[in-house]
Design a protein around this ligand. Structure first.
Ligand SMILES: C[S@@+](CC[C@H](N)C(=O)[O-])C[C@H]1O[C@@H](n2cnc3c(N)ncnc32)[C@H](O)[C@@H]1O
Length: 238
């Protein structure tokens, strides 16, 4: 992967993974975050979820680390005038808290479910919860196209039962689980398609290869979306 080309594609996208306000509201209602709560948007990317999270803590605040500096800069610029938002370049593995909710939308797989939940136990306030979305199989017999799509990207991808087992093994109790909707996927894919079309003319070989890969990723989701999806899980230490 040519990372310069990768970030050329991703620079300016509104979000970096599937998600939307409807699923965020569902998760936060389940987590029962207090109005003066503190939420960590771990791996905030360009900050797509920060406004939605803030709406659930009208007297509280949102801290938003992301490892990739340009994403953190972009998210910080979006909320530069809001004292309730702190964006920084930082690692989700090093959270100290105390948080009423940790929200690593679509990003916990970088750490692993078991590892992340174990590390974050000490960063949660009493009654605090974690809500994460995780790429998952929805069938026990995925097609060759679906298997090929994830073979390199996430070979250890499991299904709902597998995620449930990981959460339980980490000593958390599941408050609710649901699949992200097609609308949540389109919130990620549709702007990406527009960006691919804008960058395609004049793209050099490295960029063209990244654009091809992103196009394939979107096409695979559209063709195989009954076979895999993102499972949103809300869980609290048992
Ligand atoms: C799938 S994207 C999700 C971004 C954002 N939550 C969204 O939905 O738009 C993954 C994000 O995780 C960030 N990331 C990866 N590893 C990280 C880590 N160890 N700590 C913090 N951020 C990380 C990446 O920079 C990227 O912004």
């Amino acid at each position: 992967m040519d990372w310069d080309a990768f970030f050329t594609l991703h620079d300016g996208l509104p979000r970096e993974g599937p998600g939307d306000g409807e699923s965020l509201d569902w998760a936060l209602a389940l987590a029962g975050v207090p109005e003066d709560g503190v939420i960590c948007d771990a791996c905030c990317g360009p900050g797509a979820d920060i406004a939605g999270l803030l709406a659930h803590v009208p007297q509280g605040r949102v801290e938003a680390p992301d490892l990739h500096g340009p994403f953190a800069i972009r998210a910080a610029a979006r909320f530069a005038d809001d004292p309730r938002v702190t964006v920084r370049q930082g690692d989700m593995g090093d959270l100290s808290g105390a948080y009423d909710l940790i929200w690593p939308a679509g990003a916990l797989y970088f750490l692993g479910v078991a590892e992340g939940l174990a590390r974050w136990r000490g960063a949660l306030s009493p009654g605090g919860a974690v809500a994460f979305s995780e790429a998952c199989w929805c069938t026990s017999a995925p097609s060759a196209a679906a298997r090929a799509a994830w073979a390199e990207e996430y070979p250890q991808m499991t299904d709902e039962a597998g995620v449930t087992a990981q959460v339980s093994a980490a000593g958390y109790r599941i408050l609710g689980q649901r699949r992200l909707s097609d609308a949540a996927w389109e919130a990620y894919c549709t702007p990406m398609e527009a960006r691919i079309a804008a960058l395609r003319p004049g793209a050099d070989a490295a960029l063209a290869s990244v654009l091809d890969e992103a196009e394939t990723e979107i096409a695979t989701w559209r063709a195989c979306r009954t076979e895999f999806g993102h499972l949103l899980t809300v869980a609290r230490p048992a």
